[in-house]
Design a protein around this ligand. Structure first.
Ligand code: PMP
Length: 403
């Protein structure tokens, strides 16, 4: 027995998903990235339809100029934690801008979105507290529970009644419970019943944290996310988000109506024991945030594309993770081979998407995930839909067989 024996099953799975001769569906190498929506993979130009670049801001001229200027004047990295030499004015200003956007007193920036969940959740809930999380939460939420010394309780995915029962069972302890949900689940593209969940959480006296990783920038008049769109900002205690999707950078944040959020800077290991985000990233993100708050034009473009894609998927008989149109369209299959064939077919047609298979997916589903960007052109959408149309005839889920 060696340390590596346990990886044998994973290695077999990995080699079943592609070899060196064809672009693999896992960790597909991008030789060049030329814009928010176009890249070169295995010598071919493809339309990117599997990124989280929802607003296309990675190539926004002002964001790039802000990053270059910051690198020129402050260097490439901070080489230190926020608690030591890595606490620059730009970090503070971005925190202020994020908190102000929500009209809240507190905001903390973390080095990634993953660390925002890890750092906020594991510090807020500690020994004697309870974390109540959706069973299909992102890995960063599950890992935060592991790092925290709190008791963790899972409720059934998007099941508000189940959440209610779990909190009821806690009795008085519910007042020390933190409920954590995502607003938009990125694997299937489905949304949490946030109105019901906010009401239930409040009724039991617990706290509510919403991860808006995939909805920040896209929903709500100012792009603050689904809580803003539903008018729930006065019923939510903490919002977590990432810079790596609609904001086009890397990093994450937690904002709160509770000024006491500030206290976790002294306690959060994923905040303290890692280097702070570099000046270029912070400057680009500050500019991207301004663009998001004033981004009705980008949101309108994205939503036009979203409706066009969802209409096409329904017409072509593809089974999707949800019928409610959103920036993520998950085409679901029971069989892995069918999902792999669609992924490869789209790749051969010059369309890059994401293949997701168990154990990384809920309910053992095999998924080809398409995500859209405001930076896609109408022609890009036409190309993606034409490829889906051609391939639909070869699918076990062609219109006549659609579930
Ligand atoms: N939360 C959710 C819901 C996510 O989907 C992700 C990224 N996929 C993260 C947090 C982590 O964000 P990042 O990749 O920016 O670290």
């Amino acid at each position: 027995m060696s340390l590596f024996d346990k990886f044998e099953a994973l290695a077999r799975l990995r080699s079943a998903l592609g070899d060196d001769k064809r672009p693999s569906s896992v960790a597909t190498p991008m030789d060049e990235v030329n814009s928010a929506t176009s890249a070169v993979i295995a010598g071919r130009r493809v339309v990117l339809a599997g990124t989280n670049n929802y607003l296309g801001l990675t190539f926004d001229a002002e964001c790039r100029a802000a990053a270059i200027k910051a690198i020129e004047s402050m260097g490439t990295g901070t080489t230190g934690s926020r608690m030591a030499s890595g606490n620059y004015a730009g970090h503070r200003e971005l925190e202020r801008a994020l908190a102000d956007a929500f009209g809240w007193p507190a905001g903390i920036v973390f080095s990634t979105g993953y660390q925002a969940n890890l750092g906020a959740i594991s510090a807020l809930a500690s020994a004697g507290d309870t974390l109540v999380i959706d069973a299909d939460s992102h890995a960063s939420i599950h890992d935060a529970c592991r790092l925290s010394l709190a008791t963790t309780i899972r409720f059934r995915h998007n099941d508000a009644e189940n959440l209610d029962r779990r909190l009821a069972r806690l009795g008085e302890e519910a007042k020390r419970a933190l409920v954590v949900v995502e607003s938009l689940y990125s694997t299937l593209g489905d949304r949490a019943p946030l109105r019901e969940m906010a009401e239930i959480t409040r009724r039991h006296g617990a706290y509510l944290m919403v991860d808006e990783a995939h909805s920040f920038g896209l929903f709500g008049a100012r792009g603050l996310g689904i809580c803003e769109e539903l008018g729930l900002l006065d019923q939510v205690d903490f919002i977590v988000g990432t810079f790596s999707k609609s904001l086009g950078g890397v990093g994450g944040f937690c904002v709160s109506r509770h000024p006491e959020l500030e206290l976790i800077r002294m306690a959060s290991r994923p905040y303290i024991f890692t280097a702070s985000p570099p000046p270029g990233v912070i400057a680009a993100t500050r500019q991207a945030l301004r663009r998001v708050l004033d981004g009705q034009d980008l949101r309108a473009r994205l939503w036009r594309h979203v409706h066009r894609l969802y209409e096409a998927l329904a017409r072509l008989g593809y089974r999707t993770g949800t019928e409610e149109p959103g920036p993520v369209a998950a085409i679901v299959f029971d069989q892995r081979d069918a999902a792999m064939a669609l992924w490869q077919g789209l790749m051969d047609a010059g369309v890059y998407t994401n293949l997701m298979i168990p154990p990384a997916t809920p309910s053992g589903l095999n998924i080809v995930r398409i995500s859209l960007s405001a930076a896609h052109s109408d022609e890009d959408l036409g190309h993606i839909i034409a490829a889906l149309e051609k391939l639909s005839l070869q699918q076990p889920q062609a219109p006549s067989a659609a579930a």
